[in-house]
Design a protein around this ligand. Structure first.
Ligand SMILES: [Zn+2]
Length: 290
């Protein structure tokens, strides 16, 4: 694996070329203008795999095969940029920088495509996949915890002030992974207590996506015993309200296993959503023959 330092250098080059650094500076200016102080600040970084591979194939590979670890890489580079360019005074530690990588698209290869008709399986690290389907159900928008600040209960410990213990939502994680009352201090192992006024809430919506052929069964066109299984998508923040029941979409998402004892469920954390149209290839061929 390429060494971390050279990958970070490539992230800097990519952010500079893609306008990401400029966007970061703009986002920080907006923070400066607002009165609000929070535990974490969310920054969206657009990731174009083709541009990334052009800058550094190693970095492209890293982002496509281990997006969660790649997020940490972007987080540390963004924090460094914020500090060296003095972009905002509100951020004290790297853990306050909540980077969300948004894929513009994925390479058109089978390993990045999920056919909703196939049996869904998840192995190893979570990699982004592209899928197409119809929305058959959705929930209303509710809140989830984007990030929270915890303080050490021992007043003499340096962890009792500042931003040493920040927890941020990770794709596929449940609410209890971010906020719980049994975390302990990394410095002295005392119990941690959440500083509730710093909690950052985001929007969340659950959507059921199914292969478009399943609609033929509903219309009575198909009489086979083939059974379609829908997949649950988690839409968060700006992606909420981006889908409508009955419409078709192409979604880039990161599959994840959610452990909620006693069961494990399989779901997809949506990364980007685009309206999609079914290509009527057969109809086109008919007109050509005629
Ligand atoms: Zn402590």
């Amino acid at each position: 694996m390429a060494d971390i330092l050279s990958l970070k250098e490539s992230v800097v080059i990519y952010l500079d070329r893609s306008g990401g650094l400029q966007k970061l500076a703009g986002d920080c200016r907006l923070l400066h203008d607002s009165q609000q102080t929070a535990a974490v600040y969310r920054f969206r970084v657009l990731v174009n795999p083709s541009d990334l591979i052009e800058v550094d194939p190693g970095l492209g590979d890293y982002v496509l095969h281990d997006p969660l670890r790649a997020t940490v890489l972007f987080q540390s580079v963004c924090f460094l940029a914020i500090k060296t360019l003095s972009l905002t005074e509100k951020i004290h530690t790297a853990s306050q920088v909540n980077v969300s990588l948004t894929f513009t698209h994925l390479p058109p290869f089978p390993e990045y495509t999920l056919d909703l008709r196939s049996f869904h399986r998840v192995f190893g690290p979570m990699t982004p996949v592209s899928m197409e389907g119809a929305v058959i159900a959705m929930t209303r928008v509710t809140k989830y915890t984007q990030g929270a600040r915890f303080l050490c209960t021992d007043d003499d410990c340096p962890g009792s002030t500042g931003f040493h213990h920040i927890r941020v939502h990770a794709p596929g994680a449940t609410e209890s992974a971010t906020v719980r009352n049994d975390f302990s201090c990394m410095i002295c192992s005392s119990q941690l207590k959440e500083d509730v006024k710093f909690r950052v809430l985001g929007d969340k919506q659950l959507v059921e996506l199914i292969h478009v052929k399943a609609l033929d069964v509903l219309r009575g066109h198909q009489q086979s015993s083939f059974r379609y299984q829908s997949v649950t998508l988690f839409l968060r923040d700006e992606l909420c309200h981006s889908m409508t029941i009955g419409r078709l979409y192409r979604v880039v998402g990161i599959p994840s296993l959610v452990y909620q004892w006693p069961s494990i469920t399989w779901s997809v954390e949506a990364n980007s959503v685009q309206p999609w149209e079914l290509q009527r290839k057969t109809a086109h061929i008919h007109t050509v023959i005629d």
